[in-house]
Design a protein around this ligand. Sequence first.
Ligand code: ARG
Length: 610
Amino acid sequence: APTIEQVANKLEKLGVHDFTAFPLANCAQNPLDIVRSYVCRELHKISGVDEKIIFPALEVPIDNKNGDLIVPIPRLRVPPKEHENLAREWSSSFPSGDASRFIETASAFGKFLRFTFKPSMLRALVIPQILSQDTLYGENNVAKGKKVIVEFSSPNIAKPFHAGHLRSTIIGGYLANLNEKMGADVTRINYLGDWGKQFGLLAVGYARYGDKEKLLNDPINHMFDIYVRINKEKENEAEKDPEGFSATDQEAKEYFKRMEEGDKDAVELWRTLRELSIEKYKKTYKRLNIEYDVYSGESQVTLAEMNEAISTLEKQGATFEDRGALLVPLQTYSKKLGKCLIRKSDGTTLYLTRDLGEAKKRFEKFKFDKMIYVAAAQQDLHFQQFFKILEIMGNTWAKNLEHINFGMVKGMSTRKGTVVFLDTILEETKESMHEVMRKNEDKYAQIEDPETVADLIGLSAVMIQDMQSKRINDYAFDWKRMLSFEGDTGPYLQYAHSRLCSMERNSGLSPDEYANANLDLLTEPIAHQLTRVLSMYPDTLLMSYRNSEPSTVITYLFRLSHTVSSCYDILWVRNQDPEVAKARMALYASARIVLRNGLRLLGITPVERM
Ligand code: ARG
């Protein structure tokens, strides 16, 4: 990003001689903050209202039907009776038109001040900034110096990777990227469900039906097959027995006990299964452009760490015993929290206890400013209890933990309707996408590596579908809609991106040629409209950072793509006056950069041809 001196120099060249950035503005990275700083200053001069009050009240609405920048007078803490008068008064004395470099019109509408931007200034600020910042456009410094942990995906080894894990992976991957873009130092953690009684069962199953070769070839499916088979066996036994006893289950319990006691052989098999699973997961994550810093897991929490948590609670007098089990009564804080079990009567530990131990360990290791857990809304209660208990234990950092939840995916099954593994879904998506592409023979023939392209478009279909509405909403997995090139889908965004790429290839203009284009040739209103949308990208990322909603960015990218698409009929590049062509190419290239940056941030690899 340019330094603030460079910003001032640039403004000097644009005829602004007395620019001062508002201290909290981010003028180096966000061109709109330059405009906001200016408006803030001028409005302060006219109104006498403190700049600290004005600045946060300057709204750049997504839609500019009612103006490019709006100030609700009530937010300026002036007497209510005067709101409308002041709006009129201030708008008429605000410099605009020939008297201002930034503002075209200033007007009053009820209790609102409305401004429109000067198109010439906006494009001079926005387009060169995008072209020069390139992959970095959108960055921010709000989280600079902050250590942020994002825990996401966290599948359970030996059980299917279900839709909940898919959502955690996709949403978590995005939030991790976003925090980085906002300047944070991010650590990505995968907290595997790799401990517990089910492992004992799996091990017993492996001893009976395991096959080394199958395990090495396809560990996840092989383990799952064993898991299903041994579970059935256990249930059959229990059904036949008058007391519901199962010898297999008993064996599993004993096996797990040996694991908890650190028995060498027991732990060895578990380690192999875990490592093979991780290897396999890594490949899937790579497809989604995700790489973890840490593969942690329930198994990594030691008995000592859990006991420490338990004894802290006991010392606070925060526990009670019931038939040998240990519980924490939380209903005194809130009825819905109820009481939680933290140690079973047989002495074995629980999911919750492991989370307590793990959180403390992470804090000691990373001293994080914020830690985000991305997990399904079905676990809302778990996280509320877990955070509350950490607080009771006296951990002041408990307030810096956040559970980012999400709704369910309905009907996510393979086309044959069997159990879902993420990999299978991604393979099927790729194949279906490939089929769709084949239908357009001419185009298909031009694609160099259709398989890879089909995979990338397929992945974007799954990811956009997952993140396009508010996280908390459930959604139905809809093959047909998701893979369509029309409507707001992943393939549509990929198409918009590849069209911008092809336009650039066909223009015959190189980045050096259009970098210094005369932007004043972009006189059409639609060009201004597109510039305005482009100017909002940094604001959009900031908003998404604040609400942790991927949909904020996706809605923006659709808006951007639709605006670009309305430009095509009007802003031609080929066979135009060379200077006009360069200016338009600079605008289109800026749109391509923003669309690409947005897709990459979401974890999607944009395609250049399709
Ligand atoms: N493995 C868990 C599951 O699949 C999710 C883990 C969520 N993270 C946590 N720290 N509890 O349900």
